[in-house]
Structures are given as structure tokens and as C-alpha cells.
Design a protein around this ligand. Structure first.
Ligand code: ADP
Ligand code: ZN
Ligand code: ZN
Length: 799
């Protein structure tokens, strides 16, 4: 007997336990590790992943697998191994790791079904209309539930859950001529005289080439209704097939094919070691450090070309919001239909179809956001992570993995190079390159020889002193007007959506806070409402101060909406387009805004960090950063690094083409090193200075971090649990490690839950991971009983 070891798809179970199920004879040899199966679990039928096949089991009364859910494994040997490793490294359960690896369409969804157990019941015959099962929904719709409840009580029927297949394929109805032309003529003559449409269709068929055609297209071409086609199918003249079709989001786009450009000396020098690594099948991690526009992407493209030539495959990761049509075009333009694209703005069906193209080896390259790192290629030749410093490569939910770590792990397995590319590498990566762990490759010049655009830092305190109270310094305002006049484009960047950041009473200082979170609420002009950006709570705008009754309530701070309003007032002739979370909720909105701007239908593009990436339009000659300080004062040890990266990136948007550009940065802290050095575009000096700060603060890359956050509706319970965990961890780490806490989290309450944390800084702690695992396993199931929730984040990114 073959026994399948199955991990059941119930993440809330909180266990990595495998359950044994017998493989029924008819599926011997067919069911393999990495496949999904439906298995009985308590009273339900649920989805599970087969992780191993065995000959024996200790279970006496073993249950059978109900049915396989896949024809071929969805997780190959490598991904199963990777799953084990990831679950250990991120202190999470394997089933959540599998979820992260597979397209959403493969996550289990259950359908509630009522099945009859008694075949003698006349009542059930009537209710079920001869069927053996009815769906719960159907029964509800037909108002059968009260009667069925009684039958269920008597044991004549039972409720079961069924795994629903969301990975449904799109099928297209097609037809094909099933009769010879002679036969067609015979049928034509014998048709009754009123069958006008059938006659018309047959005459059309007599005139056309044989072959498969979509039924709807045939009807249109012949000028007949669908009924005529159905009639001929019935007569056996046409045969009908359902043909599987891919939902291709780029179906209607024509990508102009491009050829490899002759590399510059610098590019060639960066390329050679990569080619050598591909050739020698030696796993090596390269850090390709080069300013925006220095030709990194061309290096990626040509490295991939070599990989394809050798019959191998490539993964390219790009930050989600940088996956613009332009970016896709670079890859589709070079490799055409060999490219699959994966990101979360695609529909579930589209994602699934792109994934299947990879699995069926119909493509050679995948360009995608974070989760594309799990593309089920079996012969990887290179992995590229563009903008490797981006925080979106760290998943902020379970499993909290970093795509960079996964890339390197897969690179080791496939013995292929990994390239990390950036104009502003993360401190972690650059430090590794300095140590020689990564191989540093540098592109120091911009392709167009223009150098980087000049950056002016404007001290907004000076502006205030000279009486300018507007959000635009006079310098920036003059420059915007000048661009308008010349018909050139401006990009304005503000890291904050909404209208005003907060409202405050001028008499008593009251600031409106979210009642569920320890955070002030943001005013949204379009809906005239106050919104909490953490929990989504919305409420009206108070006309008077809830504290003192004063009517002197004023808006402070600025968001993208307010800037837009102000611009319209100051420059009524300017065409302005805004891009932020609020204007891009609809599918494709992001693309449409960029296309609109690229086509020159707007003069000013105003937006949040969404616009910092991937924009590469020739007509942008001015970039304005309205407030460089927004990120600088966050309680985050990476605040300076993030500010430096963002400012450098935003500046890189200007003057990438024939027209030269410039950048204006407005700030209240012009003396801060991250603003100064970003203006000078001096990464190396920033790196040195920031490393010194990290060393003093005992932060990465000198120390690793592990963060445990406990939340509870009751403050005392949150504190008590954090204390217990913290004591347990303390007894499991060496004296070299530092444990901070328990302390309140930076935002002490979100969504009516109090948040407490403890943070561990460590270098080498062999016992820490197993201790963390114990915390997870001990506290998790218990915690949910007590209303506690615990998250463990190894190397947290946003703190
Ligand atoms: P990055 O990825 O570093 O931002 P790109 O690869 O996009 O840089 O290159 C910037 C611009 O220079 C692009 O328009 C690209 O087509 C062009 N380019 C890149 N390499 C070459 C080359 N070897 N010869 C001519 N033009 C090049
Ligand atoms: Zn007041
Ligand atoms: Zn809130």
C-alpha cells in the first residue's frame, strides 16, 4: 500500500504536522509529491499537499485520499525543499510557505454541499430532483434549507465541504467542419426552404478554408445567428470543441522587437564575470551598482540572452510599482512570447495562466514582482533582482521572507549567478560586496553622458522667514512656470496621499486621532472625510473642536490632494494628473495615468512614491520633491537610508534623454546628511556615514534583528504575554545578544489592539531559531484561544 504524507491546507491549524492517507489503487503511481489532493479531514473534505510517499504507516484506521486535484505536481522537488528551508528561516508553517509559492488560484476554497445518505426517502427525491447532492447555496436559493435541516437531523443527509477549483481554465467554443464538401452540398439541397440561416451558413462554409474556428467568429463572418451553428452541430455537419485559452493581459499590445546594443567598455567589464559564472555553472552573487540610466537593464537583457541560448531560464524581479508597461516592453521587445509577466495587478485568472506558461515550459523568462521568485522553472540560468534595495521584496505578512534570500538559495541549487542591481544598494548588500561575499560590478556613468541632473536644495525655513507660506518655494514655482511655458513636463513628488495630514484645534491643540489606532487621521477632500490609513476607519469632519468647542479647527500638513488643489489655483492653465493609492484603485488605472502623461496630455504629474520608479519619459525636465523630510523623522533605523534612496531615485527621473533636467528638493532639514549627500548623489559617502551610525546603534548590517510583536485587545494581557516570551527568549540566547523590551510598539494601538514587542539584536545565535520556533508553536494555538496574536519577524524591514 502506498501512503501519502499530506500537509493539510488549513493555515489556522498552526502546525507542520503531516497526516497519512492511503493512495487508492486506481491512483497508484499517479499521485506524486508536490501535488494537491482532496482528503477527508474531520467531517470535511479539504485540500492538502502531498509532501512524501511512504510504504508504511503507524495509523491503524487509515483514510483514503478522495481525489487528486492536479495532473502533475505543482511544487517540484526543489520547491518542496525550498519550502522546508523557508519555513525554518522565517519561523512559519509550511502550508503558508506553499501559499506564497503558488498562484492565488490554487489556494483552497471550499464549497458547502448537502449529500443524501438515504436513498429510500421520497422527500429527498423531491428536494434533490433525482440528484445525489445539492449545493448549500442552491438549497438556500430554493428555500429548501428548513426541510433539509430536518433531514440532516434525522441522518438522511449530511453537510460536506468540497474543494472548489479556482484554477479554472478559460475555454473557447470552437467548431470544425465534420463533413466533406460533397456532403455539404447534399445537405444544402435537402434543407427546408425556411432554414434560411442554415443555408447561408452552409454556403459560407463551402466557400471557406477548412479548419478550427471560434464559433462566435464564424457566426459573425457568415452573418448568421448562433442558433444556425447549433443546428449544424446537431446535424453533424460541424463538430464542436472546447479549446483552452490563455488570458493574456498583453494580448492586444504590439511590442516592437529590439536587438542587443553593442556594449560599452564598462558594460562589457560588468558582463564578463557574469558570463563566466553562467559558463562555469558556479553560483555567485553579483552586486551591479550603477546610477539610473547607466545601462544596467541592457546588461540584464544580454545576460538573459546567453542563458536562453544555453537552453536555460531566467527570473527577473522588479518592484511591483516599477512593473510599468515600459518595463514589460523592454523584455517583451527583446524576447517576445518567451516572456511571462507576473504581478498582483493581474487578475487571478491571468496570474494563473502566466504561471502555467512557466510550468509547461512555454516561456523562458519571467519578469515579475516579489512572488515571481518562486517561478517553477527547472533549469534556471540566472536570477536578477532589479532595485534590490526596495522594501517591497520583503513580504510583510506570513511567511515574512525576503526575495533576495530566496534568490540566493535558488541560485545555489541551480548553480547559477544572481545579480542584484541598484543605484543605491541596501547597506546590507553593499557591506557584503565590500567584504567580498558578493562580487561588486560598477557602472559609473550615465549612458547619455549627461551626468546626473543638478539638484538644488531649498531651505523651507528661509522661505517662511521671507514671507512665503505656500507649499511651493519661489524657486520651484518659477521653474514649474518656466516648464509650462516651454511645453516641457514636470514631476512633483510628495510621499503622502490625502489632503491634509491632520487637523488641529488652534485654541486647545486638539488633534483628531483614530479612535481605534494611536495615529492621527488624514483629511480627504474628495470624500470630505477623515480617514485612518492604518485601519480604514472613516468619519465626518468636526465643525467644532470636540474638546473645547472652539470653531478654530484648521488643516495642517499637506497631502497629494491638497497640492493638486493648490496647483489648480496657482496655475489654472496647467494640466495636472495625480497618481496615488486613491487614483489607482481601478485595474489598469496605473498604466492609464502613465500613458496619459507620456502622450503629453498633462503638464504636471503629481504623486507619491508610485511615481519614483520606472518613469522614463523624454520630456520630463523638472522634478520637484515637495517635502524631503516626511520619511526622515519616522522611528525607523532605516529612515536615513530610505530617504537617501528615494531622493536619489526621484532625481533620476529628470533629463534622461536629449533635454537636460534639474531637480529641486524642498526641506526643513537641509543640513541632514542623507539630504545633502542625495543632492550630491554621493552614495559612497552616504554609505560610510550611515555605516558609522549603524555601528554605534548596533543595527544591521552589524547585527541581525528579530522582532516579536504581541497584540491583544487588553493592554495588560499584551504586556504580560510579551514579558513571558521575552523571559523565555532571554534564557535561550547568549550574552552577546541584546534583548530590548518588552516595550510598546512604535504605533502602540492599531485596530483596537494594543501592541507590545521585544527586539533581539544578535550576531550568531545557534539557539535563537529553535527558541523562536517554540514560541510560535507554544503560543500560537494557545494565543488565539486567549485572543492574543503573535508575529515573529526575522530581519524586519519596516519597524
Ligand atoms: P539602467 O537600467 O541602469 O537605468 P538602461 O539599461 O535602461 O539603464 O540604459 C539607459 C539608456 O541607455 C536606455 O535608453 C538604453 O537603451 C540605453 N543603452 C543602454 N546600453 C546601451 C549601449 N550599450 N549602447 C547604446 N545605448 C544603450
Ligand atoms: Zn479645542
Ligand atoms: Zn485606525
Amino acid at each position: 500500500m502506498t501512503i501519502a504524507q499530506v500537509i493539510v491546507d488549513v493555515p489556522s491549524l498552526g502546525t507542520d504536522k503531516v497526516f497519512d492517507y492511503a493512495v487508492p489503487k486506481k491512483w497508484e503511481g499517479m499521485i506524486r509529491p508536490g501535488m494537491r489532493v482532496a482528503v477527508p479531514f474531520g467531517p470535511r473534505s479539504i485540500q492538502g499537499f502531498v509532501v512524501k510517499l511512504n510504504e508504511h504507516t503507524d495509523i491503524e484506521k487509515i483514510k483514503n485520499i478522495i481525489q487528486p486535484l492536479d495532473l502533475a505536481p505543482v511544487l517540484n522537488e526543489e520547491l518542496l525543499q525550498l519550502g522546508d528551508w523557508m519555513a525554518k528561516e522565517t519561523i512559519s508553517y509550511k502550508v503558508s510557505v506553499f501559499h506564497a509559492m503558488l498562484p492565488v488560484a490554487m489556494k483552497a476554497k471550499y464549497e458547502k454541499i448537502i449529500r443524501r445518505t438515504d436513498n429510500a426517502s421520497l422527500l429527498l427525491d423531491k428536494l434533490f430532483e433525482g440528484k445525489q447532492e445539492v449545493s448549500w447555496k442552491e438549497a438556500e436559493k430554493r428555500s429548501l434549507l428548513p426541510a433539509l435541516h430536518k433531514e440532516i437531523e434525522k441522518g438522511n443527509a449530511e453537510v460536506i465541504y468540497f474543494v472548489k477549483d479556482r484554477a479554472r481554465k478559460k475555454l473557447k467554443r470552437t467548431v470544425e467542419l465534420a463533413a466533406g464538401k460533397d456532403e455539404l452540398e447534399d445537405i444544402l439541397f435537402s434543407l427546408p426552404s425556411n432554414a434560411v440561416n442554415q443555408a447561408k451558413l452552409i454556403r459560407h462554409l463551402l466557400d471557406s478554408e477548412p479548419g478550427m474556428i471560434e464559433a462566435a467568429v464564424l457566426a459573425k463572418e457568415a452573418g448568421v445567428p448562433a442558433a444556425a451553428i447549433k443546428a449544424l452541430i446537431k446535424k453533424g455537419v460541424l463538430s464542436e470543441h472546447m479549446v483552452e485559452e490563455y488570458r493574456d493581459p498583453y494580448e492586444h499590445k504590439d511590442f516592437e522587437r529590439t536587438s542587443p546594443l553593442p556594449l560599452t567598455k564598462d558594460q562589457q567589464a560588468a558582463m564578463d564575470p557574469v558570463l563566466r559564472s553562467i559558463e562555469e555553472r558556479s553560483h555567485e552573487t553579483f552586486l551591479l551598482y550603477g546610477v539610473t540610466g547607466s545601462g544596467k537593464t541592457e546588461v540584464y537583457l544580454q545576460a538573459i540572452q546567453e542563458v536562453i541560448k544555453q537552453g536555460k531560464e531566467a527570473i527577473v524581479l522588479v518592484p511591483e510599482i516599477a512593473l510599468t508597461p515600459q518595463m514589460v516592453e523592454r523584455f517583451k521587445g527583446r524576447f517576445g512570447s518567451d516572456v511571462a509577466v507576473l504581478h498582483s495587478r493581474l487578475s487571478i485568472g491571468e496570474q494563473y495562466d502566466e504561471w502555467r506558461k512557466i510550468q509547461r515550459k512555454e516561456v523562458k523568462v519571467v519578469v515579475g514582482a516579489r512572488s515571481a521568485i518562486f517561478a517553477p522553472f527547472e533549469n534556471l540560468g540566472i536570477i536578477i533582482i532589479d532595485e534590490e534595495h526596495e522594501s517591497s521584496y520583503k513580504q510583510e505578512e506570513i511567511p515574512r521572507y525576503h526575495a533576495r534570500d530566496v534568490a540566493i538559495k535558488r541560485g545555489e541549487y541551480h548553480r547559477c549567478p544572481v545579480i542584484l542591481g541598484s543605484a543605491t544598494p541596501s547597506l546590507e548588500s553593499f557591506a557584503r560586496a565590500q567584504k567580498g561575499v558578493y562580487h561588486l560590478l560598477t557602472l559609473s556613468k550615465r549612458m547619455n553622458d549627461r551626468g546626473l541632473p543638478p539638484v538644488t536644495v531649498v531651505d523651507m525655513r528661509e522661505e517662511m522667514r521671507s514671507g512665503n507660506r505656500s507649499m511651493f518655494s519661489s524657486d520651484l514655482f518659477e521653474k514649474i512656470k518656466d516648464r509650462l511655458h516651454k511645453g516641457e513636463q514636470t514631476v512633483l513628488f510628495l510621499n503622502r496621499r490625502g489632503h491634509s495630514t491632520f487637523i488641529m484645534c488652534r485654541d486647545c491643540g486638539y488633534v483628531m486621532q483614530c479612535p481605534h489606532c494611536d495615529i492621527s487621521m488624514t483629511y480627504h477632500r474628495s470624500s470630505n472625510e477623515m480617514k485612518c490609513h492604518y485601519c480604514g476607519f472613516q468619519t465626518g469632519v468636526p465643525a467644532e473642536c470636540p474638546e473645547c468647542g472652539s470653531s478654530h479647527i484648521r488643516y495642517f500638513g499637506m497631502g497629494t490632494q491638497k497640492v493638486e488643489e493648490e496647483l489648480v489655483k496657482l496655475l489654472p492653465e496647467a494640466r495636472i494628473i495625480r497618481m496615488d493609492v486613491d487614483t489607482t484603485t481601478r485595474k489598469g488605472a496605473h498604466e492609464r495615468i502613465l500613458e496619459h502623461f507620456q502622450a503629453g496630455k498633462a503638464d504636471i504629474l503629481l504623486g507619491t512614491q508610485m511615481i519614483a520608479k520606472g518613469l522614463d519619459f523624454p520630456n520630463i525636465t523638472l522634478v520637484g520633491v515637495l517635502s524631503a523630510d516626511t520619511m526622515l523623522h519616522l522611528p525607523d533605523f532605516r529612515a536615513a537610508e530610505k530617504t537617501f534612496q528615494l531622493l536619489t531615485q526621484v532625481s533620476g527621473r529628470a533629463g534622461r534623454h536629449e533635454l537636460s533636467g534639474e531637480v529641486v528638493v524642498q526641506t526643513y532639514t537641509p543640513e541632514h546628511y542623507s539630504i545633502q549627500l542625495a543632492a550630491l548623489q554621493d552614495y559612497q559617502r552616504f554609505y560610510n556615514q550611515e555605516m558609522a551610525m549603524r555601528k554605534i546603534g548596533l543595527y544591521p548590517p552589524f547585527y541581525y534583528l528579530a522582532l516579536v510583536t504581541v497584540t491583544h485587545e487588553d493592554l495588560m494581557q499584551a504586556v504580560a504575554a510579551t514579558e513571558k516570551i521575552s523571559n523565555f527568549l532571554k534564557s535561550n540566547i547568549s550574552e552577546e545578544a541584546i534583548l530590548l523590551g518588552p516595550v510598546a510598539s512604535p504605533i502602540p494601538k492599531i485596530n483596537d489592539r494594543y501592541r507590545y514587542q521585544c527586539l533581539i539584536k544578535y550576531k550568531r545565535e545557534p539557539n535563537l531559531f529553535s527558541a523562536m520556533r517554540k514560541v510560535l508553536e507554544h503560543y500560537n494555538p494557545q494565543a488565539s484561544r486567549d485572543g492574543l496574536s503573535i508575529t515573529i519577524d526575522i530581519n524586519p524591514y519596516n519597524m
